[in-house]
Design a protein around this ligand. Sequence first.
Ligand SMILES: C[S@@+](CC[C@H](N)C(=O)[O-])C[C@H]1O[C@@H](n2cnc3c(N)ncnc32)[C@H](O)[C@@H]1O
Length: 247
Amino acid sequence: MTEFAHDTIVPFEDSALSKKDQVAGMFNQIAGKYDFLNRLLSVGIDVYWRKKGLQQLSSIFPDNLLDVATGTADVAIMAAKMLRPTSIVGMDISSGMLDIAQKKIQEKGLSHTIQLKLADSEAMPFDDNQFDAVTVAFGVRNFQDLRKGLSEIRRVLKPGGKLMVLEFSKPTFPLVKWIYTFYMKIVTPNLGKLFSKNKAAYTYLDKSIQQFPEGKNFIKILQEIGYQQTEHKPLSAGICSIYCGIK
Ligand SMILES: C[S@@+](CC[C@H](N)C(=O)[O-])C[C@H]1O[C@@H](n2cnc3c(N)ncnc32)[C@H](O)[C@@H]1O
């Protein structure tokens, strides 16, 4: 089994809390500023990434979809419009993020399609073989136990169902790498501090990306768990990646 150190990367290094509790607490703290900072820090490209990710599911016409680590429900809302499934469940461990999600869903008149659930990806309150598709955007990096989360997702997918993961990755092209490093180590934590008053959250972003088993390493983990027809598609010079697998 392939081992990676990403589980040891936590938002607050001097905290005695588990990674899961720290992550939930951190997202509760920044929930109100999360969407604004996402758009600002990614200069809007995050919207394009989510769209590209969801396009991977358009050929299977999912009737019911689970969005794990839904946060403020950007993927769930976009999926409701793009894929038009009958039902979407958005699940997250941060009640603060789900509160914002709930307001957005109501404002957009999507309450009949999207239901939200406060629950943990590593112990999901769903039956086996329930969903046609599962999405996780910028969530797997935050899982306390990556394999457990990905195994749980596979359990709740129907046979033939599709997983789509969107996650940050590190660019390899030297000039992009240089600009990216400056941006992630200097610009992001300081803008994060200025607007969310939480520098640790945006320092954790870079640390967690650095340690995440990306590319072929992530594909290997998916395959070890039992996903088939796995695929990796880098986006925007490798700053972000789409991963897919079939149960
Ligand atoms: C960076 S946000 C991504 C939110 C959203 N998917 C998006 O595209 O903006 C990561 C989310 O993962 C959630 N999360 C982390 N660990 C989780 C777990 N074990 N189960 C469910 N949600 C989790 C956090 O609470 C947070 O809302």
